[in-house]
Design a protein around this ligand. Structure first.
Ligand code: ACO
Length: 380
């Protein structure tokens, strides 16, 4: 047995995959052989999702079929709405999402139910299709707002943005949001993907696998960071002049600054963050004057980037620049992390299928540092 212990499994190879790879030396995120940033610039989120699932980009017909499949199973069963209502106004939207995913297993009657590998593809499409309604209705039920449906004929990406903002999006907003979803679609082996593969390796069903992945992704050290960034900027820093002193005081107190650092590229730029920063610039140019705080947010982000580089040698990660982009798109802060999950459904689905297709149960060992040889006290 290999006795080497790597806390947090840092540097450990946990799977063999054809799906994606963080090529740190080349500063490239490989998705089935393509560069993620190039994909985000030239093809759509659904193209990348298809690529992740099937290994190749879709033809026009294949893309249209995927759109149709996602439209056909988009409606939430009434029972799910009842469960969301029972959660009450205090629930975190990520917890509502996780509960909804888990509960959907009980309503899986469309294709005759079933669990494990055979049913997985149909269930994954059905779950992914329901993400716009699940996110939108979780939020609206929590805030006692009327139910809403995106317009007939809206594409998957348009439907998701419509559901989370409550209004029909503009062409520019759809384009920026599509690129954001692509940037979030897949990223090799983050904690949530690892969690999904570990659960899938028991041949458990996709509802349980994805509920586990959602629990992982909620954490502030992972997907929850985008929400934390927004709260820091809007509620704690508030104006650009306060950004540098705020960060320095936090670092002095050994606090973590959300939106900075990454296990794989800790001291290198995250290529996704750089593209997101460019998208933020485009949005501000197009609609900055009409959105309160837009210019302040850009200024705060730049100061934050400079201070963190000087003080800690740390770079912004994707979540740092995604937060103000969501804000300018009109997405409520509590839906930032659920959208990350919805986008990541593309990559997670590919990993789940790959795990089922070439499975070996995950079952590592430990370095035991506890007591040995203890004896029970004599019985009275
Ligand atoms: N703020 C301040 N210091 C940091 C940060 C940060 N955001 N990130 C890392 N560091 C410092 C640590 O304090 C530590 O310093 P030290 O060696 O002087 O003690 C050093 O960098 C290494 O940190 P570790 O925690 O050992 O590194 P790890 O790989 O475990 O952490 C993580 C990675 C969790 C992402 C970390 O950078 C972090 O907490 N970032 C903030 C949360 C965040 O933005 N998460 C989003 C990740 S990206 C995503 O999910 C899309």
């Amino acid at each position: 047995m290999d006795e080497a212990y790597h806390p947090g499994l840092e540097g450990v190879l946990a799977a063999e995959t054809e799906i994606s790879y963080l090529d740190v030396e080349q500063e490239s995120i490989l998705i089935r052989g393509y560069d993620l940033i190039e994909l985000a610039n030239h093809v759509t989120y659904l193209d990348v999702a298809y690529l992740l699932w099937h290994g190749d980009l879709p033809s026009e017909g294949e893309r249209a079929t995927l759109e149709q499949e996602l439209a056909a199973t988009q409606m939430l069963p009434n029972g799910i709405l009842t469960i969301l209502k029972a959660l009450g106004p205090e629930v975190h939207t990520m917890d509502a999402l996780r509960t909804g995913i888990s509960a959907l297993s009980a309503f899986d009657v469309e294709g005759g139910g079933g669990s494990g590998v055979e049913a997985a593809d149909r269930q994954l499409i059905s779950l992914w299709a329901k993400m716009p309604a699940l996110l939108g209705e979780s939020y609206r039920i929590k805030h006692a707002l009327a139910p809403m449906q995106a317009g007939q004929g809206a594409s998957y990406v348009e439907r998701l943005l419509w559901q989370v903002t409550g209004r029909p999006p503009s062409a520019l907003e759809i384009d920026v949001f599509d690129k954001l979803l692509t940037l979030y679609s897949e990223h090799e082996m983050p904690n949530s993907t690892f969690s999904a593969r570990v659960i899938a390796s028991t041949l458990s069903d996709v509802y349980g696998v994805l509920a586990g992945a959602a629990a992982s992704l909620k954490g502030p050290l992972h997907g929850g960071a985008n929400e934390a960034v927004m709260r820091m900027l809007l509620e704690e820093v508030v104006n650009p002049n306060a950004m540098a002193p705020y960060l320095k005081a936090k670092l002095q107190a050994k606090a973590r600054i959300m939106g900075f650092g990454h296990r794989v590229y800790m001291h290198r730029p995250d290529p996704r963050a750089m593209m997101m920063k460019r998208l933020l610039g485009e949005l501000v140019e197009a609609k900055g004057a009409s959105v309160s705080k837009a210019h302040d947010l850009v200024a705060m982000c730049q100061i934050g980037e400079d201070v963190m580089r000087q003080e800690k040698g740390l770079f912004a990660n994707l979540d740092y620049y995604a937060a103000p982009v969501y804000y300018l798109l009109g997405v409520p802060t509590e839906l930032f992390t659920p959208i990350f999950f919805a986008a990541r459904m593309a990559g997670l689905s590919a990993h789940i299928r790959e795990q089922y297709g070439n499975n070996r149960l995950y079952r590592p060992r430990v370095r035991y540092v506890g007591a040995r040889g203890r004896t029970l006290p004599p019985r009275e």
